[in-house]
Design a protein around this ligand. Structure first.
Ligand SMILES: NC(=O)c1ccc[n+]([C@@H]2O[C@H](COP(=O)([O-])OP(=O)(O)OC[C@H]3O[C@@H](n4cnc5c(N)ncnc54)[C@H](OP(=O)(O)O)[C@@H]3O)[C@@H](O)[C@H]2O)c1
Length: 357
C-alpha cells in the first residue's frame, strides 16, 4: 500500500518524529528522515530495522541548504515528495525576563526557519506536481497557555505556525496542496528526559493526569494524511479534546485496534444501531470482541474515507457525528461523550447504515 509515496520527516531521530517515520514505513512509504547528526539518524535507522526505503539526510533544519538537500536527495532516490512533516523543534520554557538573546536566536532558527525553508521547498515541488500535503507539529500551549509553564518564545513561534498553516492552506489550495497542523499537549518523549520529579510535574499538567504517547500524535498525522478534503486545520492532541477521541476512534476502527478503542469507551458503554433494517445492540465488551476478531478495513486494503461531520458540546457532555464507510457498509454514527474527572470517554454509540449517500 502506498509503495510509491514518499514522506520527508524532520526531527526523525527521536520522539514524535521517529514514531511518525515508523508509522509511514509500516504503511509502505519511502521515508526521508532528517536530524542534525548522522549518528543519531543511523541509530534511528537501526531501531527501524534498517529498511532500504529509509533515507537519512543530516543537517540543521534552520538552514535553507538543508531543506534543499532534503528535497534534492528525496527526489533523486524516490522520484518525488508527497508529504512533508515539519516536526523538528525544541522547547525552551522561561519567564520573558529571563530569556537570553541566544535563546531567541535558537528558537527562531529551529522552530521558525525550520518550518519556513522546508515548507518553501515543499510548496514549489508539490505545486508543480499538483498534489501534496504539508503537516506541521506545533504545540497546544500556543492555543491554551498555562500559568504553570511560562514559555512565551515557544508560544509565539508555534502560534505563528498555526496561523501560517491556515494561510498557506489558502495560498496552496488551488494547487491541490493541503496544509495542516497537529498541536500536541505534553507528550512523553526524550525531550522531557526521565527525571522522576519532571515527569511527575508534567503528568500533573495534563487534564488526564498523564502525558500523551507518541502514538496519539501519529494517529492524528495519519488521520490528516487520509482526510483528503481537509486543509488549513490545526488539531489539538492534548488529552483534553473531543476531537482527539473522535480521531482515535476512527483510526482505531480502521486499524481494527480493539485495545486502543477500549481506552476510549466507558466500560459500561452500549452500542445500538441498525444494519439493513435489522436492529443491533451489543455491550462495549462484545462490540470490541467483534472488532478484534474481524478483518479490519486496513487489512482488507480499503481506502480511509472516514470523516468527522460535527462536534457539539454543552458543559460536561458532547456528541460527535461521524461518517464511517467501511466493510461494504455506509455507516453514519453518533458518539455520546462525557467528561469525568478531567477525562472524556465515549458512553454510547449509535449508528445506522444509510444506503447511497
Ligand atoms: N514532547 C512534547 O511534549 C511536545 C509538545 C508539544 C510540541 N512538541 C513538538 O513536537 C516536535 C517533536 O518533539 P519531540 O518531543 O519528539 O522532541 P525530541 O524527542 O527532542 O526530538 C526532536 C527531534 O528534532 C531534531 N532536531 C532538533 N533540532 C534540530 C535542528 N536544528 N535541525 C534538525 N533536527 C533537529 C532532533 O534531532 P537532533 O538532536 O539529532 O538534531 C530530534 O530528532 C517538536 O517540534 C516539538 O516542539 C512536543
Amino acid at each position: 500500500m502506498n509503495a510509491n509515496k514518499t514522506v520527508i520527516v524532520t526531527g526523525a531521530s527521536s520522539g514524535i518524529g521517529l514514531a511518525i517515520a515508523e508509522a509511514y514505513l509500516k504503511r509502505g512509504y519511502n521515508v526521508v528522515g532528517n536530524a542534525r547528526t548522522m549518528d543519531r539518524l543511523q541509530a534511528a535507522a537501526q531501531q527501524l530495522g534498517n529498511p532500504a526505503n529509509f533515507l537519512p539526510v543530516a543537517g540543521d533544519i534552520a538552514l535553507p541548504a538543508t531543506a534543499a538537500a532534503l528535497f534534492e536527495q528525496a527526489i533523486a532516490a524516490f522520484g518525488k515528495v508527497d508529504i512533508l512533516v515539519n516536526n523538528a523543534g525544541i522547547f525552551l520554557p522561561n519567564a520573558i525576563g529571563d530569556y537570553t538573546e541566544a535563546d531567541v536566536n535558537t528558537i527562531v532558527s529551529t522552530n521558525l526557519m525550520g518550518f519556513f525553508y522546508p515548507s518553501q521547498q515543499a510548496a514549489r515541488h508539490m505545486s508543480a506536481n499538483g498534489d501534496g500535503h504539508i503537516v506541521t507539529i506545533s504545540a497546544s500551549i500556543a492555543l491554551q497557555p498555562t500559568a504553570k509553564v511560562p514559555a512565551i518564545l515557544p508560544i509565539m513561534i508555534k502560534g505563528g505556525l498555526n496561523s501560517a498553516t491556515r494561510g498557506l492552506a489558502i495560498e496552496l489550495a488551488s494547487s491541490n496542496v493541503r496544509v495542516n497542523a497537529v498541536a500536541p499537549g505534553i507528550i512523553q518523549t526524550p525531550m522531557h528526559g526521565t527525571d522522576e520529579g519532571t515527569v511527575g510535574f508534567l503528568n500533573g499538567l495534563s487534564p488526564a493526569g498523564k502525558m500523551g504517547r507518541t502514538q496519539d500524535i501519529v494517529d492524528t498525522v495519519l488521520h490528516l494524511t487520509d482526510s483528503k478534503f481537509t486543509s488549513g486545520t490545526v488539531i489539538a492532541v492534548d488529552g483534553d479534546s473531543i476531537t482527539d477521541i473522535a480521531v482515535a476512534y476512527l483510526q482505531g476502527v480502521y486499524r481494527g485496534d480493539a485495545a486502543t478503542l477500549a481506552t476510549l469507551f466507558d466500560p459500561h458503554a452500549q452500542v445500538y444501531g441498525e444494519i439493513n433494517g435489522l436492529p443491533y445492540h451489543k455491550t462495549i465488551a462484545a462490540y470490541l470482541e467483534g472488532v478484534a476478531s474481524r478483518q479490519s478495513p486496513l487489512q482488507l486494503g480499503e481506502p480511509y474515507r472516514m470523516q468527522i461531520l460535527a462536534i457539539d458540546s454543552i458543559g460536561n457532555v458532547a456528541t460527535v457525528k461521524l461518517h464511517s464507510p467501511m466493510l461494504g457498509l455506509n455507516y453514519q454514527l453518533f458518539l455520546t461523550l462525557r467528561l469525568l474527572e478531567g477525562k472524556w470517554s465515549i458512553v454510547n454509540k449509535t449508528f445506522s447504515h444509510i444506503q447511497g449517500c
